[in-house]
Design a protein around this ligand. Structure first.
Ligand SMILES: Cc1ncc(COP(=O)(O)O)c(C=O)c1O
Length: 443
């Protein structure tokens, strides 16, 4: 056999993970991969881990029809020919988005958020909205991001990718963040740095399921004005509130231009098209005295991250909005009732699997949120990734350790997050039975 050329015979060069960006090895990144790995390793386990929508809702989705509804809308409202409208959907799109007018319309009708279409940036899921907002708002290493603690891992992860300094602000079980917010702002200022923005999920937070009461929303906006702080309000789960108990978003209450509102069509419509949005109607003044909306600055960042959100995906969501008559109320009512029913099933199953005398003896307890995709359960022992693995392997049930969500890793040692969105009735009941067996074996 002929000698191989010397170049091919050289050993393959390995890269040292320590020479990659620190965020790659950050525990927050690993928490997502860990859960995916455990789920694929134990495919028969009942998983209370993913916060994904229930797949029965995908049955009524007809992607081709939704696209055609959007094409018809473009022809009707913009005077385009069908061929031109279809070309628009297949071409690169404008960076701020194609369906901004429809999104602004639905926000006005359904949420009382009254902003012009130019204040909306359509993003690749809410995740990109978080990322570009964090990038645009943090000017120097002295700008500090405050996050409600425990916090959605996607927000912490995005901040880590960007190398931002993060400070936790305790979000209590009732959803409030005051007075810790004011204390942290003052601490940051005492260091000669600037608390730039607070990220939080006021409605049925991921992970804790907590919801901020109306007086606390007003108090937070007042504190934001006092502390000269912006608020990044992430709202994927507000739609799950019963209509009579729905609270206004911070953005709907915002009179001082403090709130950048982040949203998604993943939970109300479908996640597979990856369409979310940022609402940023703040005015930004340039050095030449000219002004433009913060949304335009976010779009500039977006142009260097994803160029534009898939126009095909936007056409699907646009078509759904057109077909729904510019309001998602009917869809929201159906889906929120479904998720609240799942929540009740989970609470009932927990009640019967963990009777009151057992709870009194062991300290086992759980929150009873009024909506959302998640609830937090407290166990009589500490849990970590190894215990999760044991639960999956020996008892066939998966959950998420709450410690994954505490910034800096402190907190939630005895707590788990249970997601209720993705499972069928019998899976919820069976999953809770398995959870009870797992807890009994360790108690
Ligand atoms: C609080 C929160 N924000 C954002 C997202 C991401 O949303 P999207 O799928 O639109 O990127 C999620 C997804 O689970 C979430 O829980």
């Amino acid at each position: 056999m002929a000698d191989r050329p010397a170049l091919l015979a050289e050993p393959v060069r390995e890269l040292d993970r320590r020479e990659l960006h620190a965020s790659v090895s950050d525990p927050v990144m690993e928490s997502v991969t860990l859960l995916t790995d455990v789920m694929s390793q134990y495919p028969d386990a009942v998983s209370f881990a993913p916060g994904a929508p229930h797949e029965s809702f995908f049955e009524g989705v007809d992607v081709a029809r939704h696209i055609e509804s959007y094409v018809a809308y473009l022809c009707r409202e913009r005077g385009m020919s069908p061929a031109r409208a279809r070309r628009r959907i297949l071409q690169y799109g404008s960076t701020p988005g194609l369906i901004n007018e429809l999104v602004a319309g639905v926000l006005r009708t359904d949420e009382g958020i009254d902003v012009p279409p130019e204040a909306v940036v359509v993003t690749v899921g809410c995740q990109e909205a978080i990322f570009i907002a964090l990038r645009a708002l943090h000017a120097t290493p002295d700008d500090v991001l405050l996050v409600a603690d425990p916090c959605y891992v996607g927000a912490v992860g995005a901040a880590r990718l960007l190398g931002l300094d993060i400070r936790p602000v305790e979000q209590r079980p009732d959803g409030s963040v005051l007075p810790d917010l004011v204390r942290v702002c003052r601490e940051v200022r005492a260091e000669g740095r600037r608390p730039r923005a607070l990220y939080l999920v006021p409605d049925f937070s991921n992970p804790s399921g907590s919801r901020m009461a109306l007086p606390d929303r007003h108090a937070l906006l007042a504190a934001a004005a006092e502390e000269d702080l912006l608020v990044l309000e992430d709202n994927p789960y507000g739609f799950t509130a019963a209509p009579e108990t729905k609270l206004p978003t911070l953005k709907a209450l915002d009179r001082g231009g403090r709130v950048v509102h982040l949203g998604t069509f993943a939970k109300v419509c479908i996640p597979g098209v990856r369409v979310g949005y940022a609402v940023a109607d703040q005015t930004v003044r340039g050095p030449d005295g000219r002004t433009r909306l913060l949304a335009a600055e976010l779009a500039a960042v977006k142009s260097m991250v994803t160029v534009n959100t898939s126009p095909v995906g936007q056409a699907v969501i646009g078509g759904m909005l057109v077909e729904a008559g510019g309001t998602l109320r009917a869809m929201v009512e159906e889906k929120s009732a479904f998720y609240r029913r799942n929540l009740r099933l989970l609470l009932d199953a927990l009640d019967s699997a963990f009777p009151e005398d057992l709870r009194a003896r062991t300290g086992i307890r759980w929150d009873a949120p009024e909506g959302g995709f998640f609830l937090v359960m407290t166990l009589p022992f500490e849990v970590d990734d190894a215990v999760l693995e044991e639960s999956a392997r020996d008892f066939g049930v998966l959950w998420t350790p709450m410690s994954h969500f505490f910034v800096g890793g402190k907190g939630g040692a005895r707590q788990i997050r249970l997601s209720l969105s993705y499972l069928d009735d019998d899976e919820i009941e069976e999953g809770v039975r398995r959870l009870a067996a797992f807890v009994a074996a360790r108690t």
